[in-house]
Design a protein around this ligand. Structure first.
Ligand SMILES: [Zn+2]
Length: 70
């Protein structure tokens, strides 16, 4: 389960990196951390396919969990 969580964390980190990469461009409007994106739930339960919409800044600082998961 720890390995599954690590993979989910990696997937969400890739989304964070993608948004931050876009916003690093001089013409990009707004702030990357306030952009709301869909992230996968990181609870690690095998049947869990939940996604959560949170700001990039939130997802980068803590594991993303759907309500009641983890
Ligand atoms: Zn979950």
């Amino acid at each position: 389960m720890a390995e599954r969580r690590a993979l989910l964390r990696e997937a969400n980190a890739a989304v964070v990196a993608q948004v931050r990469g876009f916003h690093a461009r001089p013409w990009a409007p707004g702030d990357a951390d306030s952009v709301v994106q869909e992230f996968v739930c990181e609870c690690g339960d095998v049947p869990c396919v939940a996604t959560v919409r949170v700001a990039v800044g939130v997802a980068s600082s803590a594991p993303v969990l759907a309500p009641g998961h983890g």
